[in-house]
Each structure stands twice: as structure tokens, then as C-alpha cells.
Design a binder for this molecule. Structure first.
Ligand code: G6P
Length: 466
């Protein structure tokens, strides 16, 4: 088996910024892939320095080598806060209203991709499979090729890929996608994101595209693009559910809710997650059913994210205002309808909360996949499972709708739709809850992260080298 070299902006070392609780699904998924194959995980340390030095810090943990570089303060501003999180992230989540088109950001992005290429190339051996991750590093494959690297290089995008009409509003969009075609294999979470990418290649680049196989021919090169829906680490999650930490967390939550049904949401504090819209939907539910403030308590866990970016500061203020307004209007001396927690929690604690909460609310306005939806399902008690309310705009809906017999799908923009779904979930009989759970848990268990890694790396390994 070839060694894996995984390259992503963030690596899951304790030193990395925000590693506890705010790292999103990517970090956990990659860690388990590397443990199996052995190899290197390369990325940013999360630390900022005055001047970039190119020095690589190497640590070994559980058979995995973690190699990181520090970035210069200006590069963090222009590459991470700038191009990655103020240009690409909003655009890829269909938020052109929040997208900043700043020339300096693009230059910083190219500079850091070049620094990554320079630092990681000497660590790569001839037979290694190289696997690059996410929107921070779209041009990295091309940068590695320009250094003569002939390895198989794959890329996986964890976010949506926007429709062509939206994507072309990005200056230099063509330059960016041309660099991506230096990868041998490009993975997307779901068919809709894949279709948008293939559409772009055909319409804007004039590439020859075979929809069946995902083969893209462009200027004498071949790239494959396919959908590989990411999953969770099922076994690890089951082990977490059975810990004392998870049980205690669940009991603590139940004891504090005193016969009210707990409904939970766990999201990075990001505008793509539809949090203010969700709170509005909950407000609508209480407006329509004021007496049910005695039946339902909503727990929103939202660790802050990307706090140096203005749009993230604004969403936080908006959420605080909306939550406060509903609590002010609906609380009684012994009852508060919404609990809002800004802190991250361990996976074990989250599993305890998920299991204790009879409704899981996952309502992003747009999401590549969303692993919280899958974790919520995996953590349920099969004899008394909770109901998952899921946005139709999350990649996870492609798998968890289960022909209308899985998650309760909602339009996250519609307060009425959200309010109606909450009522449906609260009143759903046990046999229907079980039926829906069984449909969902099958794909959550079987299409797990190990299977995802195997599928991607096997496809990458099977591609003929250049
Ligand atoms: C999403 C992205 C990841 C990212 C994570 C956390 O899941 O796809 O690449 O690591 O969010 O965001 P952060 O900016 O803290 O790395």
C-alpha cells in the first residue's frame, strides 16, 4: 500500500488554533485515514509569525507524521482570512453578497500555496499518493507539478461547488480552474456539486467532458472528477457514546430540562449554517404554539469561528440579538426556551447531548455535506431514536432523505417550514421515528469515513501515472 501524503490548511495537532471543538468535520476524518495508511499530514501550524521562514516542525503521533509550517501575519490575513474565507468560502456557499474581491487577497493566496509547495515537496517520496484538501489549496497541485512532481495527486473539495453563473463572478476564475486540472482526481461531496464543476469545464473552458466517467480532457491532460460523499468514523463514535463522559453529559442535559423535550443544534458559528434563520423558525413555532414553551427547550452549541473576519463578527451579534429577543419574550421565571452556548465540546460530550436530545436541528443555507447530521443519527438510541430535521440544501440531504422516509427535510429560509417541522418532530410517534432512524442509520454506518478514504485512494491509485 502506498503511503499517503495529506495536505490541508488545518491539521489536527493540539497546537493548531481552535483544534478543540471548532475544527469542523475534516480534521477528524483525515486523522483516521492516515492512521490506516501511514504517512504524512502537512499543513499550517495555526501560528502566526512576523516573517515567513520556511521552517518545518515535525511531530510523530500514533504512526502519523505531522509536519507544519508557521505563516506570516500578512499571509494569514490575505490567504486565510482573505481569499480563502472572505472570497472563496462565501462564493462557494452562494453568498455573493458577502464575497470580497480584493486583489491583495488573491496574491496572498498564491504566495501561500507556493510556500506550501516549496515546504512539502522534499517530504514526498516517489510512490506516495498525494491528497490535497479543500478550498484553501485549489492551485497547490499545479504548484507541485511545476516543481517536477509526477506522483498521483488527488484533491477533495469539502464545500459546495457553485453554479457556473455564480462562479464566473470571481475574477481570474479560469486561471483557478486551469490549475485544478493538474490534479489526477478531483472529489466532490455530492453529484450536484460535481455537475456544476463539469458544467463549468465544458461551458467556460471548452474541455471535453464525459459525464458517465467524470473524465475531463483539456489541453492534452486528463483529470477525473467524481462524487465521494464523506462519512463519519462510525466505530469511533460508538466508542464515544459508551464512555462515562458521554453518559454524564446526557444525564446532565436531561436533568436540567425537567420533562421538556430537548432539541439540539451544533454548528460552527458561520453564516452558512443558517443560525439566525433557524432562531426565527423557532420563534415562529413559539408564536404559533405559545403553550409549548413548557414542552420544548432548544440548545444551540455554536463555537465561534474565523473571528477576524467581519461577516463572522456580524453573524455572532445577530444571533445574540435574536436569541435574547425570543428568550425575553417567551421565558418564564422557571423556563428559558433557548440556551445558547459559545463554547466547543468534546465528541464524547456531544454524543451524550445528541442522544439526550429528541430532535436534532441541522439547517444550513448551504453545506458541502454536514457531518453533524450524521453524528446525530449515529448517536441515537435505536429503541427510542430522535428525529433529524435537515436542510434540503445540505449535501447530507442527498443521502439522509431516504426517499422521504429518513430526515424531515426543510427549506431553512422558511420560518413556517421550520415551525411545521418542529411540530411534526415533537408529535412523531415512536414507530415512525424508528422507521426513519433505521433508513438513515444504514447509510451513516455503511458509508463511513473509512469507506470514503478507501474509495478515493483506490481510485487515485488506479489512475495511470503521467
Ligand atoms: C469547514 C472547512 C474545513 C475547515 C473547517 C473549520 O469544514 O471545509 O476546511 O477546516 O470548516 O474551519 P477553520 O477555518 O477553523 O479551519
Amino acid at each position: 500500500m502506498s503511503r499517503l501524503v495529506i495536505i490541508s490548511n488545518r491539521v489536527a495537532v493540539p497546537k493548531a488554533r481552535g483544534a478543540a471543538g471548532a475544527q469542523g468535520g475534516l480534521a477528524g476524518a483525515l486523522n483516521s485515514a492516515l492512521k490506516k495508511h501511514g504517512g504524512i499530514w502537512f499543513g499550517w501550524s495555526g501560528s502566526e509569525v512576523e516573517e515567513y521562514t520556511g521552517q518545518i516542525d515535525i511531530q510523530r503521533a500514533e504512526g502519523v507524521t505531522i509536519a507544519t509550517i508557521d505563516l506570516a501575519r500578512q499571509d494569514v490575513d490575505e490567504y486565510y482570512n482573505g481569499y480563502a474565507n472572505s472570497t472563496l468560502w462565501p462564493l462557494f456557499h452562494y453568498r455573493i453578497d458577502l464575497t470580497e474581491f480584493e486583489n491583495e487577497f488573491g496574491k496572498g493566496y498564491e504566495r501561500v500555496n507556493e510556500q506550501f509547495a516549496e515546504a512539502v515537496s522534499p517530504l514526498i517520496e516517489a510512490d506516495d499518493l498525494v491528497w490535497v484538501h479543500d478550498y484553501h489549496l485549489l492551485p497547490l497541485g499545479e504548484r507541485l507539478r511545476s516543481r517536477g512532481l509526477e506522483n498521483r495527486i488527488g484533491f477533495f473539495l469539502h464545500t459546495p461547488w457553485p453554479p457556473t453563473r455564480l462562479f464566473v463572478s470571481l475574477p481570474y476564475h479560469e486561471r483557478l480552474v486551469r490549475t485544478m486540472l493538474e490534479y489526477d482526481l478531483i472529489g466532490f461531496q455530492t453529484d450536484p456539486w460535481l455537475d456544476s464543476f463539469l458544467h463549468y469545464c465544458r461551458k467556460e473552458l471548452g474541455a471535453e467532458v464525459d459525464e458517465e466517467t467524470g473524465r475531463i480532457e483539456f489541453e492534452g491532460r486528463t483529470t477525473f472528477a467524481r462524487a465521494y460523499p464523506i462519512g463519519i468514523d462510525w466505530d469511533h463514535l460508538q466508542a464515544q457514546i459508551n464512555t462515562g463522559e458521554a453518559r454524564q453529559a446526557g444525564q446532565r442535559l436531561l436533568a436540567s430540562t425537567r420533562h421538556r423535550t430537548a432539541m439540539i443544534g451544533v454548528d460552527r458559528l458561520d453564516y452558512s449554517k443558517g443560525l439566525p434563520e433557524r432562531i426565527d423558525g423557532i420563534g415562529r413555532f413559539f408564536d404559533q404554539n405559545p403553550e409549548r414553551v413548557r414542552d420544548l427547550v432548544y440548545i444551540q452549541i455554536a463555537p465561534p469561528s474565523r473571528e477576524d473576519v467581519e461577516s463572522y463578527q456580524k453573524i455572532r451579534a445577530e444571533l445574540e440579538q435574536k436569541t435574547g429577543a425570543i428568550n425575553g419574550a417567551r421565558s418564564e421565571v422557571d423556563i428559558v426556551p433557548i440556551r445558547y452556548v459559545n463554547r466547543g465540546h468534546s465528541l464524547a460530550e456531544l454524543c451524550g447531548f445528541y442522544r439526550a436530545a429528541k430532535i436534532g436541528l441541522v439547517t444550513p443555507l448551504r453545506d458541502g455535506m454536514n457531518l453533524v447530521a450524521k453524528e446525530y443519527v449515529a448517536a441515537q438510541d435505536p429503541d427510542d431514536p430522535g428525529v433529524l430535521i435537515l436542510s434540503r440544501f445540505a449535501g447530507a440531504a442527498e443521502q439522509l432523505d431516504c426517499d422521504g422516509e429518513g430526515a424531515v427535510l426543510v427549506n431553512p429560509h422558511s420560518r413556517d417550514d421550520l415551525a411545521h417541522a418542529i411540530r411534526t418532530a415533537l408529535d412523531m410517534p415512536l414507530d415512525e421515528r424508528k422507521r426513519r432512524y433505521e433508513a438513515m442509520v444504514k447509510t451513516v454506518r455503511d458509508d463511513n469515513v473509512q469507506q470514503w478514504t478507501e474509495r478515493f485512494t483506490a481510485d487515485l491509485a488506479s489512475i495511470e501515472t503521467r
